[in-house]
Design a protein around this ligand. Structure first.
Ligand code: AHR
Length: 501
């Protein structure tokens, strides 16, 4: 096969990576919270019921902003149910997932969870604009963030949290364009309530960062018109617009699935164009950034049947996709797509964190382990910090039913503050190794620190409860750097991390 090539030059950059690009998502859905992050009585649980084994994996994963409490769940959620003494917390029907919510875990427990992850973890709270509106969003903001001396801030202190939570990042509802959403709205209706909520929240604190709901997927009939209408109402009042995308192989079409990032990149570019079009119409110099606050591989067709069969159980096993090597390579490619647009995508949340379409799995009363998708995320979060270099690949291509000819190589590179560079690359070929040649210009790189790959003779290999360490990245031999030229062979269907200094 002919080599795939690109040139790296520090003069050509995309932008700084915002640490929030490595965000995640904890929703009251299935076992993400209960028996996921929170399981009082588990041998690894601390005094607050948080599983230490899960916390350790969350730290290793390297997540930053953690979106909470939903998702579809938030559109019927009453935040007051989730605070205060446990004995007073009501059990409620969760219409989104046909489950019973016990409210044993709520806002204060979530903040405690973030603190235990460490200083890199940041709260990102969605307010309910489905069944509720401006008043309840303001009450939640006052409860969470006001220092003291008002009924709601004093109530927080009475509940044991004297210090305000300091939540900066807020989502104004969730997927309000979707007919499945409790309190679903038209773009005009949502645009108005989002603008009024944003205006009022900024009166409490002008520095809050607000995310308006974009489309729940680019496949929605209203996609782009929705964004334009919502932004026309909210442009001066919000900082971000949200994007959501999930990928799976449809009808066994693995080749198109492997090129999912082609769709993700063009989705991002369409939303950027829509934001900038509205900005131009409003003669604004302000720039709206993108919050890709739900993205992942998700075998969604299976989940729809699961949910409709539920009869209000507590923490059912839902959306517990078990990911293969193939899925992890696609997820790596989606990370590359986000990094390649780091100039505009400043928040991104892998949906979700534990058990529910998640990189971390647990067994109630049993162990916690890493799915295959854990590895590309943790490596990207660890080494993808700094400035993204502009990568324009010249690659052999392959045919896909959905996207036509797609590059076999998908790649990006990030330069850290100390001058070291990490190349992230995916070989989409299912049959052949892909020779890679990278010309390094003006970067003064002389050593290869490591070339690690996630690939397997069996692309369907997975980590499971019975065999939790079946799949992990391995070192690759033969990668060379000399005379400003990096050469490597990328294994078929592989995610690669090549670190240079
Ligand atoms: O992440 C699972 C669900 O997907 C979320 O609750 C919803 O926002 C999206 O449709």
């Amino acid at each position: 096969m002919r080599a795939a090539r690109f040139t790296l030059d520090p003069a050509f950059t995309v932008g700084e990576v915002n640490p929030r690009l490595f965000g995640s998502f904890v929703e009251h859905l299935g076992r993400c919270v209960y028996t996921g992050v929170f399981e009082p009585g588990h041998p690894a649980a601390d005094a607050e019921g948080l599983r230490q084994d899960v916390l350790e994996l969350v730290r290793e994963l390297g997540v930053t902003a953690v979106r909470y409490p939903g998702g579809n769940f938030v559109s019927g959620h009453r935040w007051e149910d989730s605070v205060g003494p446990l004995r007073d917390r009501p059990r409620r029907l969760d219409l989104a997932w046909r489950s019973t919510e016990t409210n044993r875990f709520g806002l204060s427990e979530y903040i405690a969870f973030l603190k235990k992850i460490g200083p890199q973890a940041e709260p990102m709270i969605a307010v309910n604009l489905g069944t509720r509106g401006v008043a309840e969003a303001l009450a939640l903001q006052e409860y969470a963030n006001h220092p003291a001396g008002t009924a709601l801030s004093d109530l927080r202190a009475e509940h044991g949290d004297k210090d305000p939570f300091g939540i900066r990042l807020w989502c104004l509802g969730n997927e309000m364009d979707g007919p499945w959403q409790t309190g679903h709205k038209t773009a005009e209706e949502y645009g108005r309530v989002a603008a009024e909520t944003a205006r009022a929240m900024r009166r409490i604190d002008p520095d809050v960062e607000l995310v308006a709901c974009g489309s729940s997927s680019r496949a929605m009939d209203t996609f782009a018109a929705w964004e334009a209408t919502v932004l026309q109402e909210t442009y001066d009042l919000v900082d971000h617009i949200s994007l959501h995308a999930y990928y799976e192989p449809h009808d066994g079409d693995v080749d198109s699935f492997l090129a999912s990032a082609v769709d993700m990149e063009s989705f991002i570019e369409s939303v950027v164009a829509t934001c900038d079009h509205v900005g131009a119409r409003l003669k604004s110099t302000k720039r709206i950034d993108l919050s890709f606050d739900e993205w992942n591989v998700w075998y969604m067709s299976k989940a729809q049947a699961e949910v409709s069969a539920l009869d209000w159980p507590e923490a059912p096993r839902l959306l517990e996709d078990n990911y293969s090597v193939l899925d992890a390579v696609v997820l790596g490619s989606l990370l590359i797509a986000l990094l390649r647009h780091a100039d505009r995508v400043t928040v991104a949340c892998l949906a979700q964190l534990v058990n529910v379409i998640a990189p971390i799995m647990t067994e109630p009363g049993g162990p916690a382990w890493r799915q295959t998708t854990f590895f590309p995320f943790s490596q990207a979060s660890r080494y993808g910090r700094g400035e993204v270099l502009d990568v324009r690949v010249d690659s052999p291509t392959y045919g896909t039913a959905k996207y036509g000819e797609a590059d076999l190589l998908h790649a990006t590179a990030v330069r850290a503050e100390d001058g070291s560079v990490t190349v992230f690359a995916v070989n989409r070929s299912r049959t052949g190794a892909l020779p890679l040649e990278v010309a390094l210009s003006g970067l003064h790189l002389t050593d290869i620190v490591e070339h690690s790959a996630l690939a397997d003779a069996d692309p369907d290999a997975r980590n499971t409860l019975a065999d939790p360490e079946r799949v992990a990245p391995h070192p690759v031999d033969g990668t060379a750097l000399s005379g400003g030229r990096l050469t490597a062979a990328l294994e078929p269907l592989s995610w690669n991390v090549i670190r240079l200094r």
